[in-house]
Ligand binder design. Structure first.
Ligand SMILES: [Zn+2]
Length: 311
């Protein structure tokens, strides 16, 4: 991965969006990173906005004092809530324009759903997206795949791909009843989006090559069939990690802490540890969906744990 030393945030012109329901109008700055080269493949990160989660929900088994100490060790104020970025990855290779995840769409949280305007500001028309690759079926990754009327695809010319175990979970009619309470609304939403996308959603397994140099890497636990996306060209590799690594301090420095957002907490911990080890050992770049924008960097070892070194 080669990072342009002059890399900077591209701040677009502020654009007002109309009020939706009870949401107040707000000024939006759509954002996109500069290009990162992975061999011959071009990677950019586009912001869909932010999604906010309570600390008690995210870290239900962690003492507040331990969380506060971790943040203070890093020179940061302990969080009163987690305001998570949503970093969508745009991969350009040959004549393909590939999106990894699609953001939240208009109905999840008022601070999210900015992807389409961010793409347009970069000069990328939704019609020109050739592939949509999902890491998993949670709202902030999937619901933006439908247009703002929620009756058709936002990226009408794209082939869509989801991990086969992930697709099976969200399309199982039993899932909305058997899922834990916090997941039930998300399950109904995922089923609705996948039903609307219909036949255009392909399924693929671990290791499947989705485009030249682009393949799925199974990273389960956060959700049953959660996939990362491995981008490889020449000697360079980068992993688009979805929600395998979500918090800039917790996921790297305390990867063994159970997360309330992981459906299988133990499997997610095992996935984090093996992914961190591989990213650090092989010097593979990382894009983290919820890391501070644009969420691009490397994993380095620190004692028995790791740190995230932003690019
Ligand atoms: Zn997420």
């Amino acid at each position: 991965m080669t990072l342009d030393p002059t890399r900077r945030l591209v701040l677009g012109a502020a654009a007002a969006i109309p009020a939706l329901g009870t949401l107040a109008p707000r000024i939006v700055r759509a954002r996109a990173s500069d290009v990162v080269a992975v061999g011959d493949i071009r990677v950019r990160v586009v912001s869909d906005g932010t999604v906010t989660l309570p600390v008690s929900f995210t870290l239900p088994e962690t003492d507040e004092a331990d969380l506060d100490a971790l943040f203070r060790e890093n020179g940061a104020e302990p969080p009163r809530e987690f305001v998570n970025q949503t970093n969508v990855t745009l991969i350009e290779t040959g004549n393909r324009r590939i999106l990894v995840d699609t953001g939240s769409g208009p109905t999840f949280q008022a601070s999210a759903g900015r992807l389409e305007e961010a793409l347009l500001e970069m000069g990328v028309d939704p019609q020109d997206v050739t592939d949509v690759i999902f890491t998993h079926g949670h709202a902030d990754h999937l619901w933006g795949a439908l247009d703002d009327f929620e009756d058709g695809p936002r990226f009408p010319n794209a082939r869509h791909v989801m991990g086969e175990a992930e697709y099976a979970f969200w399309t199982d009619p039993a899932t909305p009843q058997t899922a834990p309470d916090w997941l039930q609304g998300l399950a109904l939403g995922a089923a609705r989006v996948l039903d609307t996308l219909g036949d255009r959603v392909e399924r693929a397994g671990d290791g499947a090559e989705l485009a030249p140099g682009i393949s799925y890497l199974a990273t389960p636990g956060h959700s049953p069939g959660h996939m990362s996306v491995l981008v490889a060209s020449g000697a360079d590799q980068l992993v688009v990690g979805g929600d395998a690594l979500t918090n800039v301090y917790v996921s790297f420095q305390r990867p063994e802490w159970p997360l309330g957002t992981d459906l299988d907490r133990n499997q997610a911990i095992a996935t984090r540890l093996s992914l961190l080890d591989r990213l650090a050992s092989d010097r593979i770049g990382l894009v983290g969906y919820h890391l501070p924008f644009p969420g691009i960097g490397y994993v380095e070892r620190k004692g028995r744990a790791f740190i995230f070194a932003s690019g």
